[in-house]
Design a protein around this ligand. Structure first.
Ligand code: ADP
Ligand code: MG
Length: 205
């Protein structure tokens, strides 16, 4: 079973990997965006980590809703409201249970994914975070490791796509040949589930 502490470790592990990969995320956002994705997410997940340390919520649902709220308020770019919506809707779906199982987590992330699709209007193949999130949610029923691989493959698969949503879509054909920064950060979020399950909040800690 997964308790509030697991969800806090998930958010802390995400903050750590976003911190480590911030320059890469910003570099990916340079040719097809405005070079702020790493900074945006670093600011957001640092605020999430600090808030969860200061006021640790008692339930899995509360951890995710608090994290989602902070991402929406702290991140200027499009990705803040999108990630915030993902986590807030997932948190709401978990309700006030003290512990949830992996199937409930998968169901909650499915609801979050649907909310992101509704908010941003993106579908698979549009070269966005959806291209990593959707295959990951599909694979979550197998294991965290399967979800991680699916998300990483999904992110890599955005390279030959033409962007149809977000800033990159302004480039039309010229968006082809670059990996999407949001799909890349979504893979970090999903990979952090495995880190959290191993009992640490950050790799190597
Ligand atoms: P901004 O584009 O406002 O600078 P970021 O750079 O932080 O915001 O995030 C860009 C990422 O957000 C993109 O790489 C893409 O994955 C994701 N994104 C943008 N628009 C959408 C959308 N409508 N639906 C889903 N994801 C989107
Ligand atoms: Mg950007």
């Amino acid at each position: 079973m997964l308790d509030a502490e697991f969800f806090r470790r998930w958010m802390t592990a995400t903050a750590a990997s976003v911190d480590r990969e911030a320059e890469r995320l910003t570099a990916l956002d340079s040719p097809i965006g405005d070079a702020d994705h790493g900074g945006n997410l670093r600011r957001g997940f640092t605020a999430v980590r600090e808030s969860l340390e200061k006021e640790p919520p008692a339930t899995p649902g509360a951890v995710l809703t608090q994290a989602g709220r902070l991402l929406i308020s702290k991140v200027g770019g499009a990705s803040g409201p999108l990630y915030g919506t993902l986590l807030r809707r997932a948190g709401k779906t978990l309700g006030d249970a003290d512990e949830v199982d992996a199937a409930q987590l998968a169901e909650a992330l499915r609801a979050g994914l649907e909310a992101v699709k509704q908010l941003g209007g993106a579908a698979p193949g549009d070269k966005t975070m959806i291209d990593a999130l959707e295959p990951a949610v599909d694979a979550l029923g197998q294991s965290f490791a399967a979800a991680r691989s699916a998300a990483e493959e999904g992110a890599v698969a955005t390279t030959p796509m033409r962007a149809h949503k977000g800033r990159a879509s302004y480039l039309g054909e010229r968006s082809i040949g670059h990996q999407d920064p949001g799909a890349t950060s979504a893979a970090l979020l999903i990979a952090a589930l495995e880190t959290a399950a191993s009992g640490t909040g950050a790799d190597g800690e």
